[in-house]
Ligand binder design. Structure first.
Ligand SMILES: [Zn+2]
Length: 291
């Protein structure tokens, strides 16, 4: 007690009202600080804002404990980085959930799958070439399929390389390449063509697959083409094409519009339209390799 008295005397605080004022001031400052620090993260109950899973530790590399669902609430036990350790009210479910799947204001980590095409080898097969010019249009433009399959493949190659993919082409110039020579291995194989029919009415894109291990890739690319491209989408179809039959790789044959249809021809020959198609193919590949 003596020490305190000495301290109070030394600081001229023997006067009781002064002491009250000082104590009140300190309490007030403390309340202000705790008020400013308060945010959602301090609440002890958290809500799950989208279906996700509990893990045994605070990162996606830890094994899953069980699935949890939008709307479930948990008692918050602790927090490490952006991960929250939680427990259900009955104590049966316990584990770690990523903070960005909860009502806490936590920004998601960069998706580790953001570059799913990195180091994937994609084979691009521009249809026809050289003496084999493929289909051609009946308009004044006289567009030839072999020219636009190569343009599309080259443009697609540079987009895929930006995604970190390794791209091998079955041809890079206007030259004849036999179907057998087009059989190159990779993680995915994309043969690029344009359709044609006598009737100028036929239009749209079709994604062909033949073997079972090709269907998922075809469906995925067909979906992204449908979503993004201006061409009518005719969906994914099974067809016994040699480029598909002769490979073991997940392979698809893209018919990117009818060169015999003047509207499709305008799109095929227009760099901006091709770019939209190519972006859609990249989206499809990204989503295929994300799964
Ligand atoms: Zn063709």
């Amino acid at each position: 007690m003596n020490r305190i008295n000495t301290w109070l005397e030394k600081h001229n605080l023997r006067n009781f009202p002064t002491l009250i004022v000082v104590v009140t001031f300190v309490v007030f400052v403390f309340m202000i600080i705790s008020f400013l620090n308060h945010n959602d993260e301090d609440s002890s109950t958290i809500y799950v804002t989208e279906d996700t899973e509990l893990r045994t530790g605070p990162s996606p590399i830890y094994p899953e404990v069980n699935s949890i669902y939008k709307g479930q609430n948990f008692h918050k036990i602790s927090k490490t980085g952006k991960w929250i350790q939680v427990e259900s009210s009955n104590g049966k479910e316990k584990g770690w959930v990523a903070g960005w799947h909860t009502n806490l204001n936590i920004e998601a980590d960069a998706n580790p799958n953001a570059k799913p095409l990195k180091d994937k080898t994609i084979v691009l097969d521009p249809g026809h070439g050289g003496s084999d010019q493929g289909a051609s249009s009946n308009t004044k433009k006289h567009s030839r399929e072999k020219v636009y399959t190569l343009k599309t493949a080259k443009e697609l190659k540079s987009l895929l390389e930006k995604e970190g993919a390794v791209v091998n082409m079955t041809r890079e110039a206007d030259e004849y390449v036999s179907l057998e020579q087009r059989n190159i291995k990779g993680d995915a194989y994309i043969s690029i063509h344009n359709d044609s029919l006598k009737s100028a009415k036929a239009n749209g894109s079709t994604v062909y697959w033949y073997k079972d291990n090709q269907e998922a890739l075809a469906e995925t690319i067909s979906a992204t083409l449908q979503k993004k491209a201006l061409l009518t989408s005719k969906g994914a179809r099974q067809e016994n094409y040699q480029v598909l039959r002769q490979t073991d790789v997940p392979a698809v044959l893209l018919e990117l519009g009818y060169i015999s249809n003047p509207t499709d021809e305008d799109m095929i020959t227009d760099k901006l339209h091709r770019h939209i198609l190519e972006e859609a193919v990249v989206d499809g590949l990204r989503s295929y390799f994300s799964e």
